[in-house]
Design a protein around this ligand. Sequence first.
Ligand code: UDP
Ligand code: MG
Length: 311
Amino acid sequence: MIDISIVVPLFNEEESLPHLAEWIDRVMHSNGYSYEVIMVDDGSRDGSWHVIEQLHAANPAYRGIKFRRNYGKSAALNTGFAAAEGEVVVTMDADLQDSPDEVPELRRMIVEDGFDLVSGWKKKRYDSKLAKNIPSKFFNWTTRRMSGIHLHDFNCGLKAYRRDVVKSIEVYGEMHRYIPVIAKWAGFSKIGEKVVQHRKREFGATKFGMNRFVHGYLDLMSIMFMSKFGKQPMHFFGAIGSLSFLLGFVALVVVLVLRLAGRMALTNSVWFYLSMLFVLMGTVLFLTGFLGELVCRNSNTRNQYLIEKEL
Ligand code: UDP
Ligand code: MG
């Protein structure tokens, strides 16, 4: 088996690629690893694909996959994961901000220390403070709190995985920010961290603007929700639906009794409307849960489990 697969998602990075390839080759050769580099061209409109063709012609360890249009970093990673054949799979940005010099230690942590996933930590970042550093501190803090995974830098592009991990998880949408969360959810709980060198972007421009944080949070919500209730929507909607219905129903009875006793006029009582609201909300939530259960029952992944060992 190949020692290392390096997966590089890229979008319009023609100037960086030759330097990156040279650097990767240097590190791989000096450590004597067998390796492959899978460059996933996420619909670049510059000369990136041409560079990849040249790299492949010079050295078949360089493989290329080109998307017909720009699908996003998650799609590129997912495709690279499916193609990777190495024992350890390392992902790395194409823009030279991640250093290939980190790869040997990342690999050692997987192979010798037994980690499933090791994430880079850009302890000292070379990005603009306002646009990245401060929002990303907040972002990492919430992700840490919500997922219970103690990483400082979830979104670092430089990560290493045991082969099993990348073959077992699916990254879609913009979920590349949460791969450690997805991996933990799939049962790969030995997640480590390594401080890595970060560098300034030399060529080209960043592909992600400020909306990354808005999207990031919505994705975090859906991922947490999916992991807790994705397979049992009734446990969430049914529970709060029943509670709301019950509260509303009891209140409605009280209100009606008071009305019959002549102590209260229904039409101008806020309690009447509130209790009606709760009864209705409860019914809707309960039905939502029920519909969710029907959807799950028909999903073809309802019985998809990851088996670790078998005798
Ligand atoms: N990237 C990609 N598809 C996209 C956007 C980005 O494959 O739609 C790649 C990009 O070429 C780079 C990596 O993802 O290799 C990280 O992107 P970038 O450097 O722009 O992010 P930043 O470092 O600013 O967070
Ligand atoms: Mg970058």
